[in-house]
Design a protein around this ligand. Structure first.
Ligand code: 13P
Ligand code: SF4
Length: 310
């Protein structure tokens, strides 16, 4: 990176010059969200990717998000700032193991959370995100046999809300699993008027104290619309940037993890996206996401099915 350049200005210039668009998930750092053309949750990012006419799409998020964009826009150059930005939840469900699981449960409809590899999506009947999982499951006949993966917490949440008995894959997100109930309750004692916002990837013992459970976009909208002015936020801390931007008069307090003295719970994969790497990605048009054509063919159907259902 040349010394003394203004990274934000250069990113905006390169983006225009190359007819590129920058998409970012709410969990990326604030300065990435500030240069992005579109910031959203997993559902909104999949929706917007479907209709893009740019030559280059840069996905600032994690690897599976880049793959989802590539599956929806196979003819575009899809770039990510760091190929190492993985996802513990996606990693908890390797495609060969899921294939065996499906064989062991014949006659089941396979619903996979978007936080999965392209190869897992290719084995899936319907993809869902935290923003539409409940709606998609509710749209299926009550007696439909369902395999739901890989997030056992989201699966449990849907089972408990709908009375279904979906067979759950035993995976989880390392970030959402490690919120400390004790520390959340301590924050609640200090801020008795605060509402507790919880992502459904959190386990039941944390969800139980929530005033609102929902995807990042749902939590964001609810916090802005409700009369409350203070919130304890149990999801990845990147969301606080957009919460504070949209509702500057309200107070958002990050819920801490249980394994350190850190006040915030960060996804180290999401935080691999930096302005410097984004700049280099646009300069070199790399790293690029590649997905096998046969996988793209099979993985597109369950994603477009989700988009048409939600
Ligand atoms: P949503 O964007 O669907 O809320 O998902 C959260 C997440 O963990 C993304 O990695
Ligand atoms: Fe994956 Fe969890 Fe990070 Fe989301 S927050 S990208 S689910 S590890």
């Amino acid at each position: 990176v040349p010394e003394g350049i203004d990274l934000k200005e250069e990113i905006l210039r390169l983006k225009k010059e190359k007819n590129a668009i920058i998409l970012a998930h709410y969990y990326t750092v604030g300065e990435i969200q500030e240069v992005a053309d579109f910031v959203g949750d997993s559902l909104a990012l999949a929706r917007i990717a479907e209709g893009l006419d740019n030559d280059i799409i840069v996905m600032c998020g994690v690897h599976f998000m880049g793959e989802t964009v590539k599956i929806l826009c196979p003819e575009k150059k899809v770039l990510v700032p760091d190929l190492n930005a993985g996802c513990s939840l996606a990693d908890s469900c390797p495609a060969p193991e899921l294939e065996k699981f499906i064989k062991d449960h014949p006659g089941h409809t396979v619903i996979s959370y978007v936080n999965t590899s392209a190869a897992v999506k290719a084995l899936t009947d319907i993809v869902v995100t935290s923003g539409n999982a409940m709606k998609v499951v509710n749209s299926l006949p009550e007696d439909e046999k369902i395999i739901f993966g890989p997030d056992r917490n989201l699966g449990n949440y849907i089972n408990s809300e709908t009375g279904r008995d979906m067979v759950l894959w035993d995976g989880a997100c390392h970030v959402h699993e490690k919120f400390s109930l004790e520390k959340i309750l301590e924050l609640k004692r200090q801020h008795p008027g605060a509402k507790i916002l919880v992502h459904p990837e959190c386990p039941a013992h944390v969800r139980i104290v929530a005033d609102k459970v929902g995807s990042t976009a749902v939590l964001l909208d609810w916090a802005c619309e409700t009369d409350a002015t203070e919130f304890i936020v149990a999801t990845e801390s990147g969301i606080l940037h957009e919460m504070r931007r949209r509702c500057p008069e309200k107070t958002f307090i990050p819920a801490p993890p249980n394994d350190s003295t850190c006040a915030c719970n960060d996804c180290s994969f999401m935080k691999l996206n930096t302005l410097r790497k984004l700049y280099l990605t646009l300069v070199h048009e790399a790293p690029e996401i590649h997905v096998d054509a046969a996988i793209i063919d099979r993985a597109r159907r369950p994603i477009t099915r989700m988009l048409s259902m939600s």
